[in-house]
Design a protein around this ligand. Structure first.
Ligand code: NDP
Length: 281
């Protein structure tokens, strides 16, 4: 058995093409404000890619740059200003923020309607309620789209989520639960991870441990979503050992080219949805 590759790059491209067509017909374009503070090199690359992708589909962007020694009050003032600015439809704060900044306080200040990352407690609460009005964080939303693309019946499937972060693990676990999967969430204190992997029909790994999941641990025919972005000797790899898994899984996402491109596409989709809500379209 050789797994089907879940090509996130291809799916993301078709989503972006569709979004572009929707933006093209709008007289006033949606606007995404991006806040980047500090000098994290990976963050700079992520922001550059997000801005480029937004501009490609006709979304206007504003970038707000701050040094590592930015004050909490400066960021809070900016968020308040962006919340008030009628031209701005979406606010995205690139994480992590510099160490001395209270990250939660900044995220909680964003108007939930402009919270295109879906990190505000209001949107997390809506997600927990299973509401279709929730703004869902881009990475978990992209993962669900990839899974939907396999045409699997989610109901009753054993889903294992490895990782419990606010941005990936917890929201994807909730989304899978809302789809009637039986969900297990593993983390760094979990015992018997191997046996949990072995029982799972769907494995979503977001722990940032290079090649932690090997083919021999998997149930035959499992669907494997690899969120991890890691490097071994400078070479990009996921949390899944692709070579040993590709002959055991039924579907697998590659790294790169799986979840990553979907994350960007979903951020753009969330920005357009925010625009539509604010303009009552
Ligand atoms: P975090 O560091 O916030 O969370 C990692 C989680 O993994 C924690 O819950 C941690 O447990 C758990 N964990 C760590 N080691 C193990 C282990 N050995 N076994 C089981 N669980 C473990 O990371 P993020 O959620 O932000 O990101 C996870 C990975 O996904 C990273 O590689 C990141 O780069 C990537 N990523 C990719 C994105 C994409 O678009 N492709 C988007 C976002 C992230 P505990 O809570 O106990 O510490």
């Amino acid at each position: 058995m050789t797994a089907n590759i879940l090509n996130g790059k291809e799916l993301a491209l078709s989503i972006r093409k569709n979004l572009k067509q929707q933006v093209e017909v709008l007289t006033n374009k949606p606007c995404l404000a991006v806040v980047l503070a500090g000098d994290n090199e990976a963050s700079k690359i992520y922001v550059k890619n997000k801005l480029k992708a937004a501009e490609e589909i006709g979304i206007e962007t504003s970038l707000f740059l701050f040094d590592t020694d930015v004050k909490q009050s400066e960021l809070e003032n900016l968020i308040n200003k962006l919340n008030e600015d009628k031209k701005v439809n979406g606010i995205m704060v690139q994480l992590p923020l510099p160490e001395k900044i209270d990250e939660k306080a900044i995220l909680n200040l964003i108007n939930p309607v402009k919270d295109v990352d879906g990190f505000h407690p209001y949107n997390i609460g809506l997600l927990q309620n299973g509401s279709d009005k929730a703004v869902i964080a881009a990475t978990p939303k992209g993962i669900i789209r990839l899974l939907e693309n396999t045409s699997i019946d989610f109901e009753g499937k054993n889903a294992l989520v490895i990782g419990r972060s606010q941005i990936v693990g917890k929201p994807i676990a909730m989304l899978l639960l809302n789809k009637n999967c039986t969900v297990t969430v593993a983390h760094s204190k979990t015992q018997n991870l191997e046996s949990l992997i072995n029982q799972a029909d769907i494995v979503v790994s977001a722990c940032g441990c290079p090649k932690l999941i090997k083919g021999e641990s998997l149930k035959q025919g499992a669907i494997v979503i690899d969120v991890g972005i890691n490097r071994i000797d400078g070479k990009l790899c996921g949390d899944v050992d692709f070579e040993s898994t590709v002959n055991k899984a039924s579907f697998i996402t590659p790294v790169p080219g799986g979840v990553g491109p979907m994350t960007i596409a979903m951020l753009l989709e969330n920005t357009l949805i925010a625009y539509q809500k604010q303009n009552k379209l």
